[in-house]
Design a protein around this ligand. Structure first.
Ligand code: OXD
Ligand code: MN
Length: 639
């Protein structure tokens, strides 16, 4: 770099000018000061691809600062192109980290270190100066289950003991991405730094990685995402499956006010694809609170009735309840049509016309593979026939993926199968072929029933919100809540059986309020207040429903065969009466059992719900929700 004589003159741009402007808009003097700082910070770290000095100043500073901290051997600025992906893929195949699944076009299998297979909730933290920004004032002795707080002081220590030099010998990729259609008023920008090329390839599927992000950034801020597998070179321990990670040192920390995410030690899913749970839920729910919108763990679907009218629905289910299957449902009833907008996350904002508009901030599906088949979800199967990455599934000698649920689709029963651990496996073996949390990452645009408006910048208008969970006992197939507050109360009391998406063991029915328990970005009481505050003129709030197709008979069989107005009021909501739902072709349905409200169950449940809200939301429980609790208790008492 040439030295600028102006460096000796006083720095004219104010700090605020520099912070708020892109490189092109600031004064010459500041320009040279910045260049100097960036260059000094980078030291001898080469830029392997792209030109850092072409990027907005705030990005240069971010990249340089973090490179100075993590000391990679080079910096690679991603452009998201096909060519770039192909280069990375061929390198990973050569190294043995990716295996082409030869039966498809551009599909790959990746096996992780078996210690790095799911989100690690116990090591996921929100860092806020005040503890109660993150967690509620729980009852004495009650450990908060929503939000996991760490003080900035403690975080400083955790950061210092992990990140300095953590990328030594590795490349630091700079990934510019948009959550939501680029340039939509509902979208947000992120930049992820990572030393995992698997993450680069997955982010390309799951988000919009595009150099046009640099243009949009001129007037917008971005979420800072810093990710390292946490294994600097030379590596002291054995790297299993060419999957570097550091499971003992995992840390996933969010600084919501700074709009910043620090993730260390894991390369897997929600721990490392920071656009997803970390940004689009935990950080975005903070932004949404500040800006008056909602960032929720919800699928978005359009349902068209035989009369041609389409209704958009957002639905919240805890992890691995079949959200992806529901989002891509093929109705068996003649004349009905479903089209998918999103399968996991919804960003929703009221428009000037008072309606609630939703976008899917993601660009791909990161679905649980086991259980996905032509029978349960042919549309997902159609989506991942090409350009997809499969992680921790099994593989056949014909170059096909395999997992539990595909038994009937194996044509040659003698085909050789290699399980997710790389061992030979046979149909009927006791161990699972695929890890229960094995995943496909597939581009949403390949979904045969993707909605034509799924990338519409203004979003789609939501008419109904559905909450649901896996409830083997007591809870009817469907009920409509009595109104906005009762709907929020019902969402706050959401429960479901635990799943393999995180590190939980066994099957217990667990509280998962609004399906957001692992993804809450701030105090849950304030979150409920925020939802309540949205019912105001001119907002037309959607109707809220609760569903449960996981109810089992006394013999342990599902009462409802699958996903598939005459009503009556009950203690927990409005329930359709027999005859109002078309059951044609569904065989023997025990309607009374499916829709019943067992008094003993609900009396017990009401006590448990009160204890949960008092323990977990404590003095932060909004009055409106307390009133709903009390009214519901009275209705249940009268059962
Ligand atoms: C997911 C989850 O991966 O909810 O979508 O865990
Ligand atoms: Mn999810």
């Amino acid at each position: 770099m040439t030295t600028n004589p102006n460096l000796l003159t006083p720095f004219k741009a104010t700090k605020a000018d520099v912070e708020s402007s892109s490189l092109r808009q600031i004064s010459e003097d500041a320009f040279y000061v910045i260049n100097e700082v960036v260059t000094r910070r980078l030291g001898h770290i080469p830029i392997l691809k792209g030109d850092l000095h072409d990027l907005p100043y705030k990005v240069q500073r971010f990249v340089a600062e973090k490179a100075e901290l993590m000391r990679p051997r080079g910096i690679f600025i991603c452009d998201g192109s096909q060519h770039e992906a192909e280069q990375i893929i061929s390198k990973l195949i050569e190294r043995g980290m990716l295996t082409p699944l030869a039966a498809y076009e551009n599909n790959y299998l990746c096996r992780t270190d078996p210690k790095d297979v799911a989100r690690v909730e116990s090591k996921t933290w929100m860092v806020t100066p005040d503890k109660y920004q993150t967690v509620t004032h729980t009852a004495p002795g009650a450990e908060p289950i929503m939000g996991h707080w760490m003080s900035p002081f403690e975080f400083g220590g955790e950061l210092d003991s992990r990140f300095p030099g953590c990328m030594a010998g590795r490349i630091m990729y700079v990934i510019p991405f948009s959550m939501g259609p680029l340039g939509s008023p509902l979208s947000k920008i992120g930049i992820q730094l990572t030393d995992s090329n698997y993450v680069v390839l997955s982010m390309r599927i799951m988000t919009r990685v595009n150099p046009d992000v640099w243009e949009v950034l001129g007037n917008n801020d971005f979420v800072r995402c810093i990710h390292s597998v946490g294994l600097p070179r030379p590596v002291k321990q054995r790297v299993i499956n060419h999957w570097p990670c550091n499971p003992e040192r995992v840390l996933i920390a969010h600084r919501p006010s700074e709009r910043e995410i620090w993730s260390f030690g894991s390369g897997y899913g929600g721990n490392s694809l920071l656009g997803k749970k970390c940004f689009a839920l935990r950080i975005a729910s903070n932004i949404a609170h500040d800006e008056g919108w909602l960032a929720e763990h919800m699928l978005i679907m359009g349902v068209t009735r035989p009369n041609g009218k389409e209704h958009f629905i957002a639905a919240a289910f805890p992890s691995a309840c079949g959200k992806t299957n529901l989002a891509m449902l093929e109705p068996t009833l003649p004349g009905w049509k479903v089209r998918c907008v999103g399968d996991d996350i919804a960003w929703m904002k009221f428009g000037e016309d008072g309606r609630l508009y939703a976008i899917n901030p993601e660009a791909g599906f990161f679905g649980v593979a086991p259980g996905t088949s032509n029978k349960t979800n042919p549309m997902a199967v159609g989506t991942f026939q090409k350009n997809s990455i499969f992680t921790n599934v099994a593989e056949t000698s014909e170059g096909r993926y395999y997992w539990e649920g595909l038994e009937d689709e194996i044509k040659d029963k003698n085909v050789e199968i290699t399980d997710w651990l790389g061992n030979p496996w046979k149909l009927g073996d006791a161990t699972p072929a695929a890890h229960p949390n094995s995943r496909f990452a597939a581009p949403a645009k390949q979904c045969p029933i993707i909605h034509p408006d799924w990338e519409s910048p203004e979003g789609v208008p939501i008419e109904a919100i559905i909450f649901g969970g896996r409830r083997p006992d007591g809870v009817p197939l469907v009920f409509e809540t009595f109104g906005w507050h009762h709907g929020i109360f019902t969402g706050a009391c959401l429960k479901s059986e635990t799943t393999a998406a995180a590190e939980h063991k066994g099957k217990n029915v667990m509280h998962d309020p609004m399906a957001m328990r692992p993804f809450m970005g701030y105090n849950f009481g304030k979150y409920l207040d925020h939802w309540i505050s949205l019912e105001k003129a001119p907002h037309k709030v959607p109707k809220i429903y609760h569903v449960n197709w996981f109810r089992k008979s006394k013999e342990g069989k599902f009462l409802w065969p699958g996903f598939g107005d005459n009503i009556r009021d009950t203690a927990v909501g409005v329930i359709p009466s027999q005859g109002s739902i078309n059951l044609d072709g569904l065989g023997d349905i025990n309607w009374d059992e499916l829709m019943s409200l067992p008094a003993d169950y609900w009396k017990q449940d009401a006590k448990e719900v009160r204890k949960f809200l008092e323990d977990q939301v404590g003095s932060d429980l909004p009055n409106e929700i307390r009133e709903e609790l009390e009214s519901q208790e009275k209705r249940i008492e009268a059962l």
